[in-house]
Write a protein that binds this ligand. Sequence first.
Ligand code: ZN
Ligand code: ZN
Length: 96
Amino acid sequence: MYDIERVRANAAYYLSRGNCPRCGGANPVEPGFKRCRPCAIRESEERKRRRKRYAEQGRCPSCGRPRDDDSYKTCSICRANSKAQHEAMKQQRQEK
Ligand SMILES: [Zn+2]
Ligand SMILES: [Zn+2]
């Protein structure tokens, strides 16, 4: 079974040793990063491919759900999420 807590603990363990959790500690992680460079490149390539596929299928590029409003690029859920994130960030800034 996929145990998110264990995966997280594992990742933290690899990171604490300066190793990349994505490839099982095969590569070192540069300070301030959560994965090694090859993994980061692979991930961004995967994301790009996925977004392109979703866009071609007329789905939301960030989550793959069907879009509910054609005048927007993303679905209403992602729009609400990014808006909430935006608000949270704004609030954080104001609190400081
Ligand atoms: Zn890696
Ligand atoms: Zn979405």
